[in-house]
Design a binder for this molecule. Structure first.
Ligand SMILES: [Zn+2]
Length: 309
């Protein structure tokens, strides 16, 4: 738990390369951690190797969010589910992704004689629609369409409001009773002999609520901005430098500059770029380009963990 008093909230990179994994640059796979709960976002080939290397306990994963069904975002799932079963997992695991995910998972299970000892709860989502996925691990989660060659979803995770904390100084100053504490927790002011003690006088200043959004893979698409506006941390793909903007448009990917424009126009606080083409050996050119538009840009590199907010 960080010193700020917030529950911990972080985004860890297992792999952030585009289609072909190369040494030190595996395909897309990320761990979102909130208040010690672990969630996986995309699961490219080799995700398990990176979990072992970076000491992510796969047994602790309880939800998986898949952006789309291109292999570099899902080819790690067969191995992951196989390991979870072999390790005797009994807790259910929930997975979200576009339509076709069930066929992929069930085919994989059937042809490999896979027998999970735990339930796999599959939620297939229309890749062309927005979805409110409700409350997951203390986060309010939504999904929204991205612009790619196949149905693709971005995800947004918003911290849910926490109960009001009572100030210890106020407890003593106003001699607050147990009954009054219940009222305060319900957001009611205290009334005494015609006098009202405002709620702000007896509660701690609420901490700002934090948010994170994940957008990969996608062409430059300003239509996503309302879905990601004001996030503390935005992950947005940046497959190419802007000199290859035509290629990006043709393949429905983004350039580093375009990722930065989205972050700027969405009023994000920080941007993480990833999903780089293997043609770039030195990735610093990607951040240099993005920072001309959005200075608070960082590279997703394997093993890096970014605190949210
Ligand atoms: Zn893709």
């Amino acid at each position: 738990m960080p010193t700020s008093g917030h529950p911990s909230f972080s985004f860890k990179v297992l792999g952030a390369n585009s289609a072909t994994p190369i040494p030190g640059r595996f395909s897309s796979s990320f761990v979102l951690q909130y208040n010690q709960q672990l969630m996986l976002i995309d699961c490219g080939e080799g995700a398990q190797i990176k979990m072992s290397e970076f000491k992510v306990r796969r047994s602790k994963l309880n939800h998986i969010f898949i952006s789309h069904l291109h292999g570099d975002h899902i080819f790690g799932l067969p191995g992951l589910f196989s390991s979870l079963s072999l390790n005797g997992r009994v807790e259910p695991i929930t997975i979200y992704g576009p339509i076709g995910l069930r066929l992929f998972l069930e085919t994989m299970r059937d042809v490999t004689d896979g027998r999970a000892g735990h339930e796999i709860i599959i939620h297939e989502l229309d890749g062309q629609a927005t979805h409110n996925l409700g409350s997951i691990n203390g986060l309010s989660v939504s999904a929204f369409p991205l612009k790619h060659r196949v149905p693709t979803l971005g995800y947004r995770f918003d911290e849910e409001p926490r109960p009001l904390g009572i100030s210890t100084e106020a407890l003593a100053k106003y001699k607050i009773t147990i009954e009054e504490i219940k009222l305060i927790k319900d957001g009611m002011p205290i009334k005494r002999e015609g006098q009202t003690i405002p709620i702000a006088n007896v509660t701690k200043k609420p901490l700002p609520l934090r948010s994170f959004a994940y957008c990969s893979d996608t062409a430059y698409d300003p239509l996503i901005i309302p879905h990601i506006s004001g996030v503390d941390l935005l992950y947005h793909e940046a497959t190419y430098l802007h000199e290859l903007a035509d290629k990006a448009r043709e393949r429905l990917h983004s350039t580093s500059l375009e990722a930065a424009m989205i972050a700027r126009d969405a009023s994000a606080n920080e941007l993480i770029i990833g999903h780089y083409s293997g043609r770039y050996k030195d990735l610093s050119v990607m951040t240099e380009e993005a920072r001309t538009v959005f200075s608070k840009t960082q590279l997703a590199v394997e093993g890096a963990e970014f605190e949210i907010g």
